[in-house]
Design a protein around this ligand. Sequence first.
Ligand SMILES: [Zn+2]
Length: 108
Amino acid sequence: MNMDTVVQCVCGHRIGLNQLLAHGFVMVGDEPVHVYLKYRCAECGYEGLELLDYDKWNAMIKEPEPDSDEAIELKRLGPIDAGEILQFAQGLATVTDSEFSDLHSNRA
Ligand SMILES: [Zn+2]
């Protein structure tokens, strides 16, 4: 099983962890509930955003084999620092406006 694939591009190309441009957590209170993934497709060049359930993401990043590129990469990157969180929060502000208004408009 290939645990490397985290999202699928609109063109059908599978995007791996190492192709993600950025990711960050959407918090509700102290709990992360979703993960935003920003990616650029190597196949068609499309830049997309995906929202994953935190549980799904968590399961994925815990799975890499010890010697896999993913495991090495995750160790090298280390924890997300405050600057990255701030940067992500700034990016997220524009995303949530439209996405959340979509959510609201879907309500009866
Ligand atoms: Zn693509």
